[in-house]
Design a protein around this ligand. Structure first.
Ligand SMILES: *[C@@H]1O[C@H](CO)[C@@H](O)[C@H](O)[C@H]1NC(C)=O
Ligand SMILES: *[C@@H]1O[C@H](CO)[C@@H](O)[C@H](O)[C@H]1NC(C)=O
Ligand SMILES: *[C@@H]1O[C@H](CO)[C@@H](O)[C@H](O)[C@H]1NC(C)=O
Ligand SMILES: *[C@@H]1O[C@H](CO)[C@@H](O)[C@H](O)[C@H]1NC(C)=O
Ligand SMILES: *[C@@H]1O[C@H](CO)[C@@H](O)[C@H](O)[C@H]1NC(C)=O
Length: 555
C-alpha cells in the first residue's frame, strides 16, 4: 500500500465536501443551480499534472452505476489513471495492486513504467481506484479525516499490536491476550458504529462483486462491448482476479494474478479462521531469513556474528531481544516522532519485513542497531509504515465475507493461540498489519456477494504467479488446481510476498510473452532466484516504501 500523501488527502477531503454538498438537497446553493449529474458511461481524460506523474499519462474518471442491480441508486465516480501503449496497441490492461484499500490510479501515473517492464509497451495500462478508495467517489470516510483516524488508533493495540513474551506460560499469555482482545473488541465496535453513522447505506457498494462489475463496465466503455477483459492483480488483486474470471468466464482475455489469496477462504470463512491456511509459509520464510543471514556472515548481514555456530544463534538473539522488550520497552527520544519501541511494534515490523526479501539487508541492519541500544531508525521506519487514512479495507473484507456467528473474545484468543503454537509466531503481527477483524459488527449487507463456484472453464487460460514460499498469500497451487487447464502456474524460487518481491528477469520475460503474444510458460516452470538475498556488499536500498508492496506495485 502507498503511504498516504497528506496534501492529497486534504485535497481529497475538500473535493468530497464540494461534491457532496449540492447533492444533499436539490435547492440551489448560493444561487448557483446544481449542474446535472453526469450520465452513466461518461468518461473524461485530461493530462495528469502532478510533478511526479510520468510524462504522457492521463488522469480522469468514469461514471458507473452505483448499484448494478438497482438503477435508482444513482452513480459512482471511479478515478482512473492511464499510461498509454507506445506502439502496435493491443488494448487495455486494468490493474489492481492489492490491499484491499490500495489506490491504483496514482500507482500507474507515477510508477506505471515499472509495470511496463512486466507487460510490455503494447497496452494502455489503466489504474482505477476501487470503490471507497483513493479519489473514487463515494470514498469510505468513517472518521472526519485521516488525522482523527490516526489519533483514534495511536497507542492502541490496533497500532502497537498484541503484547506478551514468548517465555511466559501458555496460561499467562492467554490471560494477557483476553484482556487485550476485549479492548480490541471495543475499538472495532467503535469503528464500525462510526461507519454506520457517517456512511450508512453508502457502505454497501464497496464489495469485490461490485468492483468486478466496474472492471467489466470500464473495459466495455474503453474497448467496446465485445472486447475481452485484460487484468493484472496482485495480493488482494488476486481475489479480484478470481471473482472476475468466475463472474465473467466468457469475457476473459489476458488475466494475470500474482501473490495468491484464496477467494474461497476470502468469501466463505470468517477472517479470524483464515490464518491456519494463510500463514503456512511464515515460519519457513523466517527460517530462510536467518539461514541466509548466517550464511552471508556479518559483512553482508548485520545480525550475523563471527562467533555464530548455526542460524539458531541469530534466532535466539532476536527472540531474546523481543522478550526483553516486553519487560523493558526501549525509549526512543531521537525518533522523528519520539516514542517507545514495544514488543508488539518490533514484532509487527519483522512480520512485514518477511514479505519483502529485497529489504532484508536493511531489516537486519535496523534490528541490529535496535538490539545494540539505538532504535531510532527502526522506530522511524515503523512509523513510516503506511497507515490507511480510513476504513476502506474493512469495507471490502466485510462486504465480501459471508455472515458468521459472532465469536466470543475467548474463542478468538483460542483460535489465535492455536495458530501461534501450531502455525506461526507471526500471527499477532499479521492481525495488526492486515486488519480484517470484527465483520460480525459490520452494519450493512452488499447488493451482491459472489460465492463461487470458483472453477469455471474460461475463454482464455490465465497466468498465476507465486513465489515458492509466500508468507501471506500462499494459495497459488490451490487456485491453479481449482481452475485446471484454464490456468497456468509460474513459480519463482525463494521466499517473498508475490513473485516480484525479489526482482526476476525470468518471470518478467514470461509475463511479457503472455501479454504480448498470449504464450504461457511450460507447465511446471520454476524461475530461479537470480542473486543472493544478502548480496556481498549489502546495498542499503530505499526498500522501505516497497516493503508492503513488492516494488510498489502489488501488496
Ligand atoms: C434501490 O435504490 C433506491 C435508492 O437508494 C432505494 O430506495 C431502493 O430501496 C433500492 N431498491 C432495492 C431493491 O434495493
Ligand atoms: C524471559 O525473558 C526475559 C528477557 O530475556 C528474562 O529476563 C526472563 O528471565 C525470562 N523469563 C523466563 C521465565 O525465562
Ligand atoms: C541513534 O541513531 C541515530 C540515527 O542513526 C543517531 O542520529 C543518534 O545520534 C543515535 N543515538 C545515539 C544515542 O547514539
Ligand atoms: C496445537 O494442535 C494440537 C493438535 O491439533 C491441539 O491439540 C493443540 O491444542 C494446539 N495448540 C494450541 C495451543 O491450540
Ligand atoms: C529475458 O529475455 C531476454 C530477451 O528476450 C533474454 O535476452 C534474457 O536472457 C531473458 N532472461 C531470462 C532470465 O530469462
Amino acid at each position: 500500500m502507498m503511504p498516504p500523501n497528506l496534501t492529497n488527502l486534504y485535497l481529497l477531503i475538500m473535493l468530497l465536501w464540494i461534491q457532496v454538498l449540492p447533492c444533499a438537497g436539490n435547492a440551489p446553493v448560493h444561487g448557483i443551480r446544481q449542474t446535472q449529474s453526469e450520465p452513466v458511461g461518461t468518461i473524461v481524460w485530461n493530462p495528469c499534472n502532478e510533478p511526479d506523474d510520468l510524462p504522457g499519462t492521463d488522469c480522469g474518471y468514469i461514471i458507473v452505476p452505483k448499484d448494478y442491480l438497482n438503477a435508482s441508486a444513482g452513480t459512482a465516480k471511479i478515478a482512473l489513471g492511464r499510461l498509454k501503449a507506445e506502439s502496435d496497441r493491443l488494448g487495455s490492461i486494468l490493474f489492481n495492486p492489492g490491499g484491499p484499500g490500495a489506490t491504483a490510479k496514482s500507482v500507474i501515473t507515477k510508477k506505471g513504467d515499472r509495470l511496463q517492464l512486466r507487460v510490455g509497451k503494447r497496452y494502455d495500462i489503466i489504474g482505477f481506484d476501487p470503490r471507497g478508495i483513493g479519489e473514487t467517489i463515494p470514498a469510505v470516510r468513517c472518521f472526519d479525516d485521516s488525522f482523527t483516524y490516526k489519533d483514534f488508533q495511536r497507542n492502541t493495540i490496533l497500532e502497537r499490536s498484541y503484547e506478551f513474551a514468548s517465555n511466559q506460560t501458555r496460561e499467562d499469555i492467554r490471560k494477557l491476550l483476553i484482556h487485550q482482545e476485549s479492548e480490541v473488541d471495543a475499538l472495532l465496535r467503535t469503528q464500525y458504529a462510526r461507519c454506520a453513522k457517517k456512511m450508512a447505506d453508502e457502505l454497501r457498494y464497496m464489495g469485490t462483486s461490485t468492483v468486478v462489475r466496474d472492471i467489466d463496465f470500464i473495459s466495455k466503455t474503453l474497448e467496446g462491448e465485445d472486447a475481452l477483459i485484460n487484468f493484472y492483480g496482485g495480493s488482494y488483486g488476486s481475489v479480484i482476479g478470481q471473482y472476475l474470471v468466475n463472474m465473467f468466464p466468457d469475457r476473459i482475455g489476458r488475466v494475470l494474478i500474482d501473490a495468491i489469496s484464496d477467494a474461497t477462504l476470502w468469501s466463505g470463512t470468517p477472517p479470524f479462521r483464515w490464518y491456519r491456511q494463510k500463514l503456512i509459509y511464515s515460519e519457513a520464510v523466517y527460517n530462510t531469513f536467518i539461514t541466509e543471514c548466517y550464511q552471508a556472515g556479518p559483512h553482508a548481514c548485520a545480525l550475523a556474528r563471527d562467533t555464530d555456530n548455526c542460524p539458531a544463534d541469530i534466532d535466539s538473539r532476536l527472540e531474546g531481544f523481543h522478550d526483553s522488550l516486553y519487560y523493558n520497552p526501549l525509549a526512543v527520544p531521537d525518533a522523528i516522532e519520539p516514542g517507545v519501541l514495544t514488543v508488539g511494534r518490533s514484532r509487527l515490523y519483522l512480520t512485514v519485513a518477511l514479505e519483502s526479501p529485497s529489504s532484508w539487508p536493511e531489516t537486519a541492519q535496523l534490528f541490529n542497531e535496535a538490539m545494540t541500544g539505538n532504535a531510532t531508525n527502526l522506530l522511524n521506519t515503523i512509523h513510516e509504515r503506511s497507515v490507511p487514512p480510513d476504513l476502506a479495507r474493512i469495507a471490502v473484507t466485510c462486504n465480501d465475507v459471508k455472515p458468521f456467528p459472532p465469536p466470543s473474545t475467548a474463542e478468538l484468543v483460542d483460535e489465535y493461540l492455536y495458530d501461534y503454537f501450531n502455525v506461526t509466531r507471526f500471527i499477532f503481527g499479521i492481525l495488526t498489519t492486515e486488519p480484517d477483524a470484527g465483520c460480525q459488527y459490520w452494519p450493512v449487507t452488499p447488493p451482491e456477494r459472489f460465492q463461487g463456484p470458483w472453477n469455471h472453464v474460461l475463454r482464455n487460460p490465465i497466468l498465476i504467479l507465486t513465489s515458492a514460499a509466500d508468507p501471506l498469500t500462499p494459495a497459488g497451487k490451490q487456485v491453479h488446481e481449482m481452475l485446471g487447464s484454464s490456468s497456468r502456474l509460474l513459480i519463482r524460487s525463494g521466499p517473498g510476498h508475490g513473485s516480484f518481491s525479489v526482482p526476476s528477469l525470468c518471470v518478467a520475460n514470461f509475463t511479457t510473452s503472455f501479454f504480448e503474444r498470449g504464450i504461457l510458460p511450460p507447465e511446471g516452470t520454476v524461475c530461479p532466484l537470480e542473486g543472493p538475498l544478502f548480496p556481498e556488499v549489502a546495498k542499503v536500498r530505499d526498500s522501505r516504501v516497497d516493503a508492503r508492496s513488492g516494488h510498489g506495485l502489488s501488496s
